[in-house]
Design a protein around this ligand. Structure first.
Ligand code: ZN
Ligand code: ZN
Length: 202
């Protein structure tokens, strides 16, 4: 089964995830995904291709997200387009109705072996919850996109960056700063500051 419209794509009904699973293929815009410009700037919609399986209420989601993200290079501050395709892997469990204060608590049947030792904060990040009979995939996909943002985005590995003095983008060619010689002025200042009579030993 394939679904095209973004709303259905990102909010599949539990009932549609049959024993054969559910394939979701379509496109999602930044708006659909709740992405703000602070999260990531995407160029056009992202291609979404997901497979969902439901095993006794635990919905496993795997798939691929493809698109182009506009990033800003940390060295030259130029915007560049970063085409990317990354895999998505997440699990959705029903939200426990009795524990509204612990919205991230997971189904203990599935993870009981780990939960014994792990702190509550150490539960897997890729586990989400759904309410009622519908999954909300957008927050999960948004998180995957945000996690894909590199700490130090570079337009290219050998980006030359900006001249610290005149600010010119050195990828576009050398600036004039290298030809100026700042050293003589420093020597003049040092000569002025030198105290007279300091070396009268001779
Ligand atoms: Zn750069
Ligand atoms: Zn310069």
């Amino acid at each position: 089964m394939q679904v095209g419209a973004a709303m259905e794509l990102l909010r599949p009904l539990l009932a549609d995830i049959t024993v054969d699973g559910l394939s979701l293929v379509g496109e999602a815009t930044a708006e659909d995904l709740g992405l703000s410009e602070d999260d990531a700037v995407i160029l056009g919609p992202l291609a979404v291709s997901l497979d969902l399986t439901n095993v006794e209420g635990l919905v496993a989601v795997t798939g691929v997200l493809e698109g182009t993200i506009v990033r800003e290079c940390v060295r030259c501050l130029k915007k560049y387009e970063d085409p990317l395709a990354f895999s998505v892997r997440a699990a959705f469990v029903p939200e426990p109705k009795s524990a509204p204060r612990h919205p991230k608590r997971v189904d203990s049947r599935k993870t009981s072996a780990k939960v014994v030792e792990a702190e509550p904060e150490e539960e897997p990040d890729d586990q989400y919850q759904y309410q009622g009979n519908q999954l909300e995939l957008a927050p999960m996909l948004r998180e995957h996109i945000i996690l894909s943002v590199p700490m130090q985005p570079l337009c290219s590995d050998d980006c030359l960056g900006l001249c610290a003095r005149c600010g010119k983008n050195l990828n576009e060619g050398p600036c004039q700063c290298a030809e100026e010689l700042p050293i003589p002025r420093v020597r003049v200042i040092q000569a002025i500051n030198r105290k007279p009579g300091g070396s009268s030993a001779s």
